[in-house]
Design a protein around this ligand. Sequence first.
Ligand code: GTP
Ligand code: MG
Length: 528
Amino acid sequence: MKESFPKESEDGNIEYKLKIAQTTKDRLEELASQIRYRLAEKGGEAFYILGVSDDGEIIGLNDEEINISLENIRKAAEIAGAKVNIIREAQGKKGKILELLIRRSKDQLPIQISIITIGQADHGKTTTIGTLITGELDDGDGLIMEKIARYKHEVLMRRTSSVTERIMGFDENGNIVNYVLPCPLDEAQVYLNSSKLISFIDVGGHEKYLKTAIRGLLSHNPDYAMLIIAGNTGVSTMTKEHLGIALSLKIPIFIVITKKDITPNEILYKNIENLITLLKSPGVNKIPIIIRNIDDIAISVRNMKGGRITPIFIISNKSGEGLDLLRKFLNLLPPRLKWEKEVSKPFLTYIDEKFNVPGVGSVVSGLILQGWIKVNDKVWIGPFKDGSFKETRIKSIHAKKGVYVDKAQAGSSVTFAITDISYDEIEKGMVLLGQGMPLKAYREFEGEVFILHHPTTIRLGYEAVFHIHSIRETCKLIWSSKIPLRTGDRAKIRVRTRFHPIYIREGDRFLFREGRARGIGIITKLIT
Ligand SMILES: Nc1nc2c(ncn2[C@@H]2O[C@H](COP(=O)(O)OP(=O)(O)OP(=O)(O)O)[C@@H](O)[C@H]2O)c(=O)[nH]1
Ligand SMILES: [Mg+2]
C-alpha cells in the first residue's frame, strides 16, 4: 500500500484498528456500541481498517491475527445490526491490512445518496444510468435510453427533456438489488430490498433544457454530480456550463467518459488530456485520478466529500468495459449531506412537480428539506400571488413508486396527495410548511453574488430569472455595492421579484441566468 493514512480523528469516517484479539462479551458490546455510534454519525456506513495503529501507522497482521480480528468485528457488527464488507487487502510491514466497509442492514431505513447526472446532450447520461440500473448493455443506438426514458417524445426525439429520478440499490453485502429482481426498474422492490440507495437524477443536456437542468441541480440537493463526457467528442460548451454550475454550488464531482468502444485511442487520450488540463486549471482546482483498480477507488471514496479529488472512469455502455469499477465505486461512495440535524426543525418542502391524478386529486412532489411529516398532518401551502398561505392536509405519502409510507423525514424525495386545493392553484416553487415555520413570503432580499459570466455589464434595473430551490422568478437588481458588475465580480446586491412573492430563507443559494449571463450567490437578508 503506497499511500499513508492520516491520523484518525473523532469526526472522520475511518476507524483504525490494529487488532481485535480474543474478546470477552463486554469487549464485543463495547465494540458494537462504537460501531453503532460511527454508523449513526456517518449516515449508516463507516470504513474500518485492520492492521493500522491509531496514529495511522501501517503495521499489518499475520493470517491468524487477521482472521480472529475479522471474526470479532463481524460479531460486533452483527450486534450493532450491521454487515462487514471487505474492500481490499494490502501488505503492511509485518503482515496484512484489511480495509472494511461496515454497513447498516436492511431492516432499517436505507442509506440514501443522490447523484445528479450532468453533461452535453448525446454524451450518454441516460444510457449510463440505464446500464448501471438494469445490468444490461446498450447497442450504441439508443436501446437502453428507450427502455428507461420517461416520456414517449423523449424516445422519439432521442433527447431527455424532463428531470427523472432512477434508483439503484445495494444490499448489505454490496450486491446490486436491481439485477436480481424480475424488473430492475421496479422502484418499490428496489427500495424494500436495499440497504443503500443511489438516486440518479437525469437531466437533459441540450441547451434548450438548461433551465430544467438547473432546477434539477438546485432543487434536489445532490450529494455528488456525475459528469458524463463522450470519449470521442471530449469537453464541449455544455460540459463546461454544467461543470461551472456544479462547481459554484460546491457539489463534488466524478467523471465518466463513455463510448470507449467507438473512440480511437489517440483521440481518447487527447480528449482526456484536455479534460485533465481543464480540471487542474486555477478556476476549477481539482485533483483528477484516472480509476484503474480497486486501490484507486478506495483512495477516492475516502476523499470524495472534500470535493477536490475527482475520479475519472473510462467506460463503454456497449461492451461493458469499465462499468464494474464504476459499480464498485458507487457501492463504496459515502453519503455527503447530513440530514440528521435537519430532522428536528419544522417541516419544509419546496414543490418541484405537480400532478392531477384522477380519483386522487392534487399531488405534489419534492425533497423534504426540514423536519418530518405523517399522513393526516395539517400543513400550509403557498405563497399565493398576494403572499398568503392556505391550509391543507396530507392525504398520503409516496416514498418511491408504489411504496406508501406513514411518515417521511428530511432528506427523502417524496410525493404527497393533498386536500382542499385544486391543481390549477398550485405552482412549482411553492412550499409546504409545518407548524412552527413562519407563514411569510418576501418580494425583496439581499445577497452576495458572484458573476460567473456576463457578455457585457450589469447595471441597476437589470432583470434575470433567479433559481432558488425549485423557485423560478424574474427579479430586478435595485441596489448593488458595485456598479457595473462584470464577469468575475463579487458584490452585495438587493433584488426585487417582478411578479410573485417567494418563500426564502437566509442562507439559501440562488443562481440567476439571462441569455448567456450567469451568476450565483447566497441570500443574506430578507426584506419586509
Ligand atoms: N457506442 C456507444 N454508444 C453509446 C454509449 N453510451 C451511449 N451511447 C449512445 O449515445 C447516444 C446518446 O445517449 P443518451 O444516453 O441518450 O445521451 P444523453 O446524454 O442522455 O443525451 P440527452 O438526454 O439529450 O442529454 C445513444 O444513441 C446511445 O446508444 C457507449 O458507451 N458506446
Ligand atoms: Mg438523456
